[in-house]
Design a protein around this ligand. Structure first.
Ligand code: SAH
Length: 372
């Protein structure tokens, strides 16, 4: 026996011997599911039955798949997890916004939100654990990025919320505005959107899906070439490069003009009007000269500006704009012929701004002092 064996060398084989965590049933593609069923002498059509339960119905366990033989349900429960998530926290706000903090199989956390408006049910989903973009006002990026979410993990956020809704409610819109930069997880994003829009998937129209990006020009064009009419929202936040680079550090190597040109191409190719998101921060980017500059940047473009009063994040010094400043900003844009709206706050009492729950929980874990 070697004298210098370290503890780590001993520890490794032990970890490898541990049973791998059970796969979530949604992680199996239809060939894998059919093959698994065949090994129990079950016909191929069972795969379709299982998928319908998982995608369209509102059940919480294999046991409720009542058109499957009882033994098959037991076998499914033995071999697979019903969902790839554990719900760590479920909050319901006064305005009926619901927010979930989800624990993934490797222990990482993500969030998703359901927002209710008359005739509209919008789900906001995450695409990464954390974010690498480092926007200075955003809770999601404070701890960097850990990994991309898998397509199943992205899709399941929609399905988990769908299963929680009342029988007469259905999801009408999806916004990819949760934790992460969706275009930095391009494959994961596209695979999940393909499923969400497929007739034999979740069946949502592409025009009901909005992808929000910090502005990665090549990927914006790639998304346009996908031939789908997804809506594109570009997080601009500043009307000139000097200020934008301070607020959105990745801007340094990209630049506003490149982003606007890519967004113009997106509009040309898809016919979808671009939304520009602009988080207003008091004294930083919310003054009349910023509004004037933004208006000249967007003049002649088919664009809509979403003004978002910053949601406070306790770790950060930036604060929400004063109401009169927001109002004045909006008026200047309108006066210059730029259509704009101030986004309504939803779920303010449950910290619904993206990344806040995960951040608080990570602080709790590491002994930090942020209340959750
Ligand atoms: N990475 C993508 C999508 C995630 S952020 C993007 O940058 O667009 C989604 C939206 O939430 C962005 O417009 C972002 O600017 C906004 N956001 C992030 N933190 C916020 C905060 N504290 N207050 C208000 N909006 C915020």
């Amino acid at each position: 026996m070697p004298q210098t064996t370290s503890q780590t060398e001993f520890a490794l084989p032990v970890i490898e011997l541990q049973a791998p965590p059970r796969r979530a049933i949604m992680e199996l593609n239809s060939d894998e599911l059919t093959a698994w069923l065949a090994s129990f002498g079950q016909p191929r059509f069972r795969a379709g039955q299982i998928r319908r339960w998982l995608v369209q119905r509102r059940i919480q366990s294999f046991d409720q798949m009542t058109d499957l033989p009882a033994e098959l349900r037991t076998q499914l429960a033995k071999e697979f997890r019903f969902s790839p998530f554990e719900i760590m926290r479920h909050q319901i706000s006064k305005d009926e916004t619901e927010k979930l903090l989800l624990r993934l199989q490797d222990g990482e956390l993500v969030e998703c939100v359901l927002m209710r408006d008359p005739g509209r049910r919008t789900v906001c989903i995450s695409t990464q654990v954390g974010c690498a973009m480092g926007c200075v006002f955003c809770a999601s990026g404070l701890l960097g990025v850990i990994r991309n979410l898998t397509p199943t993990e992205i899709i399941e956020q929609v399905l988990v919320l769908h299963r929680m809704m009342k029988d007469d409610e259905r999801i009408t819109n999806v916004v990819v505005m949760g934790i992460g930069e969706p275009l930095a997880n391009y494959r994961g994003l596209m695979d999940s959107l393909t499923f969400l829009t497929a007739k034999d998937g979740f069946g949502l129209g592409a025009r009901r899906i909005t992808v929000s990006t910090v502005g990665l020009p090549d990927r914006i064009r790639e998304l346009a070439r996908s031939g789908q009419q997804y809506n594109l929202a570009v997080s601009l936040h500043a009307p000139n490069d000097a200020l934008r680079t301070e607020i959105v550090p990745v801007n340094r190597s990209i630049g506003i003009q490149e982003i606007l040109l890519a967004a113009d191409d997106y509009f040309e190719m898809t016919g979808r009007r671009i939304s520009y998101e602009y988080v207003l921060m008091s004294g930083i980017n919310d003054q009349p000269q910023h509004a004037e500059e933004l208006a000249s940047l967007l003049r002649g473009r088919n664009a809509h500006v979403n003004l978002i009063p910053m949601n406070g994040v306790s770790e950060l010094v930036m604060t929400a704009p004063r109401d009169p400043d927001t109002q004045q900003f909006l008026e200047i844009l309108e006066l210059r012929g730029i259509t704009a709206t101030v986004r309504k706050r939803k779920g303010a009492d449950i910290d619904a701004a993206c990344g806040q729950l995960r951040l608080n929980r990570e602080h709790d874990r590491s002994g930090g002092s942020v209340p959750s």
